[in-house]
Write a protein that binds this ligand. Structure first.
Ligand SMILES: Cc1cc2nc3c(=O)[nH]c(=O)nc-3n(C[C@H](O)[C@H](O)[C@H](O)COP(=O)(O)OP(=O)(O)OC[C@H]3O[C@@H](n4cnc5c(N)ncnc54)[C@H](O)[C@@H]3O)c2cc1C
Length: 474
């Protein structure tokens, strides 16, 4: 059915390329009216007293919305920016501009689904049609070779079935023009960090990358990583790195807000394979994007269970609720340098490598035995690339209450250090107070005598903490 006027509600899909909602709206509507709504619930405190969105992601989001507005303007449209509950504000706006329909991207998790339902009901009561679209994954939900409720619990089964029996759809072309109505309506200024009670964090020169939100920056990053720096062909060998911009793609913050589409990345991988090289590394980036898909479908399948302590396995275990030890973990002051270095990177920059995330999560869960949902909530606040499904899915996995056929995914910290930071360069980068300790010893100051440490200007328990727990030797 052709609509006269469609309101396109942007959510975690802040781009104009490969945009199912925008492209279909242009096909089905005579006029398109794009809107974004800042939802105050995104910034409220969770049960731990942590706000759900911290400084790094909030800034990145503001930049992404700003860039979306610019890109919509280039296409002849604009973006109305609202603040409030989308299920009310977006519908009220649709009523006031006499839109016939609201189009939006479908999400999968509890709070987001509730917003969708409430919006649909309110719109329906006011005679406004709604239509939601699947996007954000490589494989479309409709193309899965099984009903989503039967998504395999083991990643390898999921991946193999998808690779064998399904196909990744082509990207939608970027629109060349958006038919935009001439309406006397306030477009709304973009809020700033202080609106959400946040302030800008100082830049840290040690950060892996200066992340800036928006579709343009996402494409620039892909251009640099794939084409200018030619890193894709060695991705599989470098992806467990810890230092520098190019050990991994760093696409995650842009993927999380939909500034870049995974199918666009996939098509660029195929082009790279045609024009430069095809090898295990080029495949591996797609493999990792399939992990991302997997957690999204698992969240859709299991609903609110993914946020529960017992996880999707309904596995009841006893967890410590020691707030003081948890605070030492969040602050990067556990006295275990490899853990502390990663947590300090997160606190100073909003980013942490995949290797680092696995190490600090395993440490919290296995060495400290602390409630894993606290760790997930802390990551939710701090990560610049927080993605509800990837975060809670990975945490469940590490905590042994998610989808892992293997029991006890224990990471021996010192063995990890031997494999991934043998000379201690990463720890030296983030914990300057230990920098004088040479070589691998920086990973185990607790093995050195107080006298030896004092000679290096380190006063254990004062300039660097004693370990909160004894960790196994390599
Ligand atoms: C405890 C824990 C929490 C995590 N929380 C998040 C999160 O909130 N948001 C998030 O995007 N990723 C999360 N990850 C997954 C992973 O660590 C990051 O996606 C990755 O480090 C981002 O860096 P990159 O873009 O350079 O990754 P690359 O290695 O370049 O990978 C390319 C893309 O593949 C996807 N990907 C890679 N590994 C994973 C994975 N294990 N699970 C899901 N997708 C993956 C990401 O979209 C990533 O951008 C988490 C992992 C752990 C262990």
């Amino acid at each position: 059915m052709k609509h006269d006027r469609i309101l396109v509600w942007f959510r975690n899909d802040l781009r104009v390329h490969d945009h199912a909602v925008l492209s279909t709206a242009i096909e089905k509507g005579l006029e398109i009216f794009p809107v974004f709504c800042f939802d105050p619930r995104m910034f409220r405190e969770s049960k731990l007293g942590l706000s759900k969105t911290g400084e790094f992601r909030a800034k990145f989001l503001l930049e992404a919305v700003d860039n979306l507005r610019e890109n919509l303007r280039i296409l002849g449209a604009d973006l109305v920016v609202l603040q409030g509950l989308p299920e009310k504000e977006v519908v009220d706006l649709a009523i006031s501009i006499q839109a016939n329909a609201i189009f939006f991207s479908e999400e999968v998790t509890l709070e987001e689904k509730q917003v969708e339902e409430d919006l649909e009901q309110y719109a329906w009561k006011n005679g406004i049609a709604t239509e939601s679209f699947w996007q954000s994954t490589l494989y479309n939900v409709q193309d899965l070779p099984f009903p989503v409720t039967q998504t395999p619990e083991v990643f390898t089964h999921f991946r193999k079935d998808c690779e064998k029996l399904s196909q990744i759809r082509k990207t939608f072309p970027t629109p060349t023009n958006i038919p935009y109505p001439e309406l006397e309506i306030q477009k709304g200024a973009l809020p700033d960090l202080s609106t959400f009670g946040l302030r800008e964090m100082p830049k840290d020169k040690r950060a892996v990358l200066e992340f800036k939100g928006g579709e343009d920056e996402a494409k620039k990053r892909l251009q640099a990583y794939f084409w200018d720096n030619d890193c894709l062909k060695v991705y599989k060998e470098t992806r467990n790195g810890l230092l520098g911009a190019d050990y991994s793609s760093k696409f995650s913050p842009w993927l999380a807000l939909g500034c870049i589409s995974p199918r666009y990345i996939f098509e660029e991988v195929l082009r790279y394979e045609r024009e430069v090289k095809k090898n295990q590394s080029t495949y591996w980036l797609v493999f990792e994007l399939i992990w991302r898909d997997y957690f999204r479908f698992i969240c859709k399948k299991h609903g609110s269970k993914v946020f529960k302590l017992s996880g999707i396995k309904n596995h009841v275990d006893s967890w410590s609720q020691d707030e003081q030890i948890f605070a030492s973990w969040t602050a990067g002051k556990t006295g275990i340098p490899f853990v502390d270095a990663n947590m300090r990177e997160l606190n100073q920059t909003g980013f942490m490598s995949n290797r680092g995330r696995q190490i600090v999560a395993s440490f919290l869960v296995n060495d400290l035995g602390i409630n894993w949902t606290w760790g997930a909530a802390y990551f939710e606040r701090m990560l610049i690339d927080y993605d509800v499904c990837s975060n809670w899915g990975n945490w469940m996995y590490v905590a042994g209450v998610g989808n892992d056929p293997r029991e006890n995914r224990y990471f021996n910290i010192l063995r990890q250090a031997t494999n991934y930071d043998p000379k201690g360069r990463y720890v030296r980068h983030w914990i300057p107070e230990l920098e004088k300790i040479e070589g691998f010893d920086i990973h185990q100051p607790f093995e050195l005598s107080t006298k030896a440490l004092k000679q290096l200007g380190i006063n254990p328990g004062h300039t660097y903490p004693h370990p909160v727990v004894k960790i196994p030797v390599v």
